[in-house]
Ligand binder design. Structure first.
Ligand code: B3K
Ligand code: ZN
Length: 881
């Protein structure tokens, strides 16, 4: 094994730490080129573990001095670890002092301590703290931190770390200092510091018990006017966690700091959350309704980690879903509760399920498939996945369904009673929820239920029905299977809560309930019915499974018209559209011609007198190309793209008058507000405008593109402006070019808006292979910078991961571009490179010659010497598929 070429880590190999670290005193002399870190720790041997040397993790550090009890000592550097063999025997605490330096300005990985826009930031989860100092960099070692920050006062006037500010003052040579003490013990992945020229919005709040807290949102000077929504979201989050779960804010001060260079969305460091600017900054002229909703949900998510993640943390990184699945569930519930009304809640649920199906289901069917609690990894950063997060949240949601709302709250209370201040496992969580609900289905079925944590793959539920007219009996048979995944050839049945209803032909509900499916096959029977009912199965998407039922069009149309469950109403429309798309894909020589009943049903929804605009927009949006691809054994992405575009073009033309009505009827007047009703109206108007511009393509009528251009110029908010711009780009109208130019000129100083500008062009529908040359040209644009993750994502990922019709080119030029960028990024930022590497996860399903070309591109990356563990793990697994 080469140096730095790590070995696979197995969950089964977990060992408790040989030492505990009780206190940490860190002193930083911050300097971009060379930051000095003095780390003074009190450690003691773990009495439960045989005596052994102390092995501290470190990465890219320069070691200057090691003292034990104030005296010099012998040490070794072994495989990146600092090894100390001559430590005091016995179980008394001893003091260890380590002095190192690091180079934050050279840190392009954005892990550990780095510089962005002349400010210092840290990112320690999962294993970044070892890039700051030598440490037991594992989540089950929890310590009390005192942090002294010293830096030039003019360049770095604001000095922040976790906890409370206990001292600050002047030093010589224009330097100053700040001392922070965190009152809570924490694992090192929750450590943070920030230093720079920042300003903040502040708000004092009182909790239910009357406790006072200071909330702060720090940004660069000039961005302060974009922090109101983040602050309001934080205030809502604090109130919600207290009201819904009885979990109060446990800190005097809670800070959020935004940075434009960040590998992911945000980070829940104790009391000092660090955020990607994308999830903090919003003004009506720069952010869309979707941005506003995302900010609310990410602010909530990080705040909720304060209990689920920080107060109770993970024993080891295999347990990541303990905090992530649970916290996603909590942020989803938060957003639903804030949305309020039943149909707005359903809209949020549909959006969440759409993410699960378009991102997690493919992951679970591909070479990277892993259980919610993985069994092995080479690089833990590769396991911050939709499976751990979103499928993990569905697993928590199923527990919630099985024990009920009150039962779940009781379970959470017991979880904190038992484990507050501890580092625990997914088993501990499930056990607490079950123990708080004796007699529940969860308690009864717990061992089987926990297969959701250990088995990868998306289970399929096969439902079939028999109608006995003479007896008036309807029999439903539910079966379950799960396809094999890498390393798991055989699957056991899991516990699947199936929420259902039966409708009569007038749409009246005849029966409803929750069936908990546990066997490979089970039968339910309903007596005394007058006529064959229509089954509405898996209501609210009650389990993360694929439901197979041979619905006829008439049944789906009935569900679309009448189901009391809004999720299944939407699902019926998706099934109708999907069946058509699959038929057209399978018949390449037949014209793509939508039938009148389907078009009429779509018109019926669009014109419906009482349904919400947001819901209509979801129903009228065709299933994504990725979702269609998932249904097929062999995938030809350009063909799927062509079919979906043709279907959309027909809906545009066949419903032209209705789209015109929808556009006129859903204009939103008055002051901008990103609430569910107004944003739903803007979304539907935007969809209408896109269809009207598409219809204009066929007729060459300039009216609607002209209106779109006008709206693009006049819009009073970014949602309307961007929707209009996107309508022009998507329809390929000649006005798209001047509009894009104008948009760039208007927002040349707004980084987050420029990201949208890049993303829109990289994600545009392919016309004769025009997207890739445009992307290559945009790489040369003065505003493009591959080192900035947001910018790299907006251009490169939007093309490779979010534009399958343009990326999967028969000439393989898309794959060549991909392999070049993966290798280029790997030298800069392996985490971002590994995300991009996953764009070809599903290569094995591609139709030839795409399949062979994709494999070749992956092999080219795999053959590169000095590949990071991050990318190596992804491409090795892909090639083994
Ligand atoms: N816990 C962080 C993710 C850290 C990712 C490290 N590669 C953000 C979150 O889930 O809230
Ligand atoms: Zn999280």
């Amino acid at each position: 094994m080469r140096e730095g070429q790590a070995a696979v880590i197995h969950r089964a190999d977990y060992q408790p730490p040989a030492f505990w670290i009780d206190t940490v005193e860190l002193c930083f002399d911050l300097d971009p080129a060379k930051t000095r870190v003095l780390n003074r720790m009190r450690l003691r041997r773990n009495p439960d573990v045989p005596v052994q040397p102390l092995r501290l993790d470190g990465e890219e550090l320069n070691l200057a001095r090691v003292l034990v009890g104030g005296q010099g000592t012998s040490f070794k550097l072994e495989g990146g670890q600092l090894v100390l063999e001559n430590l005091p025997e016995g179980h008394e605490p001893f003091e260890l002092e380590i002095f190192t330096t690091c180079a934050p300005a050279k840190n392009t990985k954005l892990m550990g301590l780095y510089v962005s826009n002349d400010s210092f930031f840290t990112q320690c989860e999962a294993e970044g703290f070892r890039r700051i100092t030598y440490f037991l960099d594992r989540p089950d070692v929890m310590a009390s931190y005192t942090v002294l920050l010293r830096a030039d006062r003019r360049r770095y006037p604001v000095l922040l770390s976790n906890g409370n500010l206990v001292d600050q003052g002047e030093l010589e040579d224009g330097r100053h200092y700040a001392k922070w003490v965190d009152p809570h013990r924490k694992p090192c992945y929750l450590f943070a510091l920030v230093a720079g020229q920042l300003v903040c919005r502040e708000q004092r709040i009182a909790s239910r018990s009357g406790q006072e807290h200071l909330l702060q949102v720090y940004v660069r000077p000039g961005d302060l006017d974009k922090t109101e929504h983040a602050m309001n979201s934080l205030i809502d989050s604090v109130a919600w966690d207290e009201a819904r779960f009885g979990l109060p804010l446990d800190l005097e001060r809670f800070m959020i700091v935004a940075t434009s260079d960040f590998n992911m969305g945000a980070m829940e460091n104790k009391g000092l959350n660090i955020f990607n600017t994308k999830y903090v900054l919003a003004s009506q002229s720069t952010a869309t309704d979707t941005d506003y909703a995302n900010i609310e949900s990410v602010v909530g998510h990080e705040y909720f980690h304060n209990w689920t993640g920080n107060r109770v943390t993970c024993r080891d990184w295999f347990q990541l879903s303990l905090k992530e699945g649970l916290t996603v569930f909590r942020d989803q519930e938060f957003s639903q509760d804030l949305a309020g009304e039943a149909s707005a809640r359903a809209v949020k649920r549909i959006e969440d399920v759409r993410v699960l199906r378009t991102a997690q289901f493919p992951e679970d069917a591909g070479p990277m498939a892993h259980p919610v609690r993985p069994d092995q990894y080479l690089e833990i950063n590769n396991f911050y996945t939709v499976t751990v997060y979103e499928k993990g949240a569905e697993v928590v949601r199923m527990m919630y369904t099985l024990v009920g709302r009150d039962g779940f709250r009781r379970g959470m209370q017991l979880y904190f009673q038992r484990h507050d201040g501890q580092a625990v496992t997914c088993d501990d969580f499930a056990q607490a929820i079950a123990d708080a609900n004796p007699g529940s289905k969860l308690a009864e079925l717990l061992p089987q239920f926990k297969r959701w944590y250990s088995q990868a793959g998306t289970p399929r539920v096969q439902a079939s029905a028999r109608w006995d007219a003479a007896a008036g009996t309807y029999t439903l048979t539910l079966g379950q299977t799960c396809p094999p995944t890498p390393g798991q050839p055989v699957k056991e049945p899991v516990v699947i809560p199936v929420a259902y209803g039966l409708l009569d032909d007038q749409g009246r509900e005849l029966a409803s309930g929750l069936h908990v499916l546990t066997q490979a096959s089970e039968t339910l029977s309903f007596q005394g019915l007058q006529a064959e009912p229509v089954p509405s199965l898996l209501r609210g998407f009650s389990a993360p499974v694929v439901l197979e039922f041979d619905y006829g069009d008439a049944q789906l149309l009935a569900l679309l018209a009448h189901d009391t469950d809004p999720f299944n109403r939407w699902e019926a429309a998706q099934r109708l559209a999907l069946a058509r798309a699959l038929r057209f894909v399978a018949q390449p020589h037949e014209p793509v011609a939508l039938d009148a009943p389907f078009v009429d049903a779509m018109r019926g929804i669009l014109r419906h007198p009482t349904l919400d605009a947001a819901f209509k927009e979801l129903v009228l949006t065709l299933p994504s190309e990725t979702y269609i691809a998932e249904q097929l054994e062999v995938v030809d992405p350009p063909r799927i793209h062509a079919v979906r575009e043709a279907m959309r073009q027909q809906l545009a033309q066949a419903l032209q008058a209705d789209w015109e009505w929808a556009w006129e009827a859903h204009q939103v007047g008055g002051a901008y507000r990103p609430d569910p009703v107004s944003s739903g109206r803007r979304a539907l108007a935007g969809l209408a405008l896109t269809h009207l511009c598409l219809a204009a393509r066929a007729s060459a009528d300039p009216v609607w593109p002209g209106k779109a251009y006008q709206r693009f110029k006049d819009a009073s908010n970014m949602t309307d402006r961007f929707n209009a711009l996107s309508a022009l780009v998507v329809s390929g109208h000649e006005l798209a070019r001047p509009a894009l130019q104008r948009f760039h000129a208007m927002f040349k100083d707004e980084a987050l808006v420029l990201d949208k500008w890049f993303a829109l062009q990289a994600g545009a529908p392919d016309r004769g292979g025009n997207v890739l040359p445009a992307v290559r040209q945009l790489m040369q644009h003065p505003d493009f910078n591959i080192r900035n993750p947001n910018r790299a994502r907006s251009l490169i990922f939007s093309y490779c991961s979010a534009n399958p019709g343009a990326f999967h080119r028969p000439d393989a030029a898309g794959y060549v571009f991909w392999s070049e960028r993966v290798m280029e990024l790997d030298a800069i930022n392996p985490q971002v490179a590994a995300r991009l590497a996953r764009a070809l996860d599903r290569w094995n399903k591609l139709a030839e010659p795409l399949r062979g070309a994709a494999r070749e591109a992956i092999a080219r990356v795999a053959a590169k010497p000095d590949l990071s563990n991050d990318v190596r793990e992804i491409v090795t697994r892909a090639l083994a598929d």
